[in-house]
Design a protein around this ligand. Structure first.
Ligand code: PLP
Length: 404
């Protein structure tokens, strides 16, 4: 028997891999030292563990260990990158380019620096979620100091053309930050090949612990600096003070090593599973995949079911843990701003489900999800007057609705 609810929300967070937990455990009590304690073996043991983790993290993204700044997660990394660059490069300019479909940690950091005098351009992606190089090129000004564009989108999985974006940034002497939280560990991300200057990522999205992440900060060609947002003992090359979360960092390191070794086979397995899920759900009429289907992460599918009411859909699929079209702000009934940025109308945005497959998702669970969603959608449509009209061939756009 399958255990329900079934977890298909791996973009929100992932369960920790047991191999990660095992490596972390000794660092809670036996080896509890402060990695900054230079005078005794308790500190040295902790420091050694952090150094080793830093190497493993760096290896996954092809950076130097010195370029890894440990943080509390991707939210903090995004804040540090955007606010830190804005402050550090104030003399050079005040203009930042980003995209409307970014994570709130990026958008709200941009809003914050706007209040301090930054000019921010929020690009609207095309209907498939991709931004074009021409679009970015047109937005560049002499005062542009930073382009911040996510690697892979958390809601629809679309992967942006990072190498083309970085070539453009380089040619114009502009720094490139990317929120790669959904991409690192899932697809090959290489800060050298991809030409990235700053990059945020997080352990709990890749089978590591919550509360730990990193900001990659390039050290040469060019040497990048950010103004610290957390002042104190000068840890992490002065860019992020605070006693290091040693068990978390150890877990992050192990999680990176596992992704390094298993990413290729895992991506193959998950994309096959994702394709099967999609093919099955698209056998239902009036079902649409959101976002570009060729340039995307292997484990994500976001599907809208037309003529289905959003709240009813979420209730109908309560045996599977998925996100609805109101993903990160699900407390409100506002449809997802990401889907709205693609031009989806409220109905389609509301009636969408995000499926996030993961390392521990099984074929059986996917079968269950397929049947469960099909049943729910069919049932809701049977009760829907709109669906009935659609089946009767009535063009709903031509109907004049009674105001009330
Ligand atoms: C989850 C996520 C974040 C936030 O990461 P935390 O480590 O939870 O702060 C930021 N950006 C993206 C794209 C994410 O998916």
């Amino acid at each position: 028997m399958l255990k329900t609810p079934i977890y298909l929300d791996n973009n929100a967070t992932t369960p920790m891999d047991p191999r990660v937990l095992e490596e972390m455990l000794p660092f809670f009590n036996e080896s509890f030292g402060n990695a900054a304690s230079r005078n005794h073996s308790f500190g040295w043991t902790a420091e050694e563990a952090v150094d080793y983790a830093r190497e493993r993290v760096a290896k996954l993204i092809n950076s130097s260990p010195k370029e890894i700044i440990f943080t509390s997660g991707a939210t903090e990394s995004d804040n540090l990158a955007i606010k830190g660059v804005f402050e550090m490069y104030a003399a050079k300019g005040n203009h930042i380019i980003t995209v409307a479909t970014e994570h709130k940690a990026v958008l709200d950091s941009c809003k914050h620096v706007e209040k301090l005098g930054a000019q921010v351009t929020y690009l609207t992606p095309s209907a498939d979620g991709l931004v074009s190089i021409e679009q970015i090129k047109e937005a560049i000004r002499p005062e542009t100091i930073l382009i911040t564009i996510m690697y892979g989108n958390n809601e629809i999985g679309v992967v942006q053309p990072m190498q083309e974006i970085s070539a453009l940034a380089r040619a114009n002497n502009i720094l490139l930050h990317t929120d790669a939280t959904q991409a690192v560990g899932k697809i090959p991300v290489d800060v050298e090949a991809d030409g990235i200057d700053l990059m945020s990522f997080s352990a709990h999205k890749m089978y590591g612990p919550k509360g730990v992440g990193a900001l990659y900060v390039r050290r040469k060609n060019p040497r990048v600096k950010v103004t610290a947002q957390m002042d104190g003992g000068g840890h992490e090359r002065g860019m992020r003070s605070g006693t290091l979360n040693v068990p978390g960092i150890v877990g992050f390191g192990k999680a990176c090593e596992l992704c390094m070794n298993e990413m290729e086979s895992e991506a193959r397995r998950l994309s096959a599973m994702r394709d099967r899920l999609e093919a099955e759900l698209l056998t239902m009429e009036e079902s649409y995949v959101n976002g570009n289907r060729n340039h995307r992460l292997p484990h994500v599918s976001n599907i809208s079911f037309k003529y289905v009411e959003g709240e009813g859909l979420m209730m109908g699929v309560k045996d599977i843990a998925v996100s609805s079209g109101s993903a990160c702000t699900s407390a409100s009934l506002e449809p997802s701003y990401v889907l709205k940025s693609l031009g989806l109308d409220d109905d389609l945005a509301h009636s969408s489900l995000r499926f996030g497959l993961g390392r521990f998702t099984t074929d059986e669970e996917v079968d269950y999800a397929i049947n469960h969603v099909k049943t729910a959608v069919n049932k809701l449509r049977e009760m829907s007057p709109l669906w009935e009209m659609f089946k009767d061939g009535i063009d709903l756009k031509s109907v004049e609705w009674q105001e009330h």
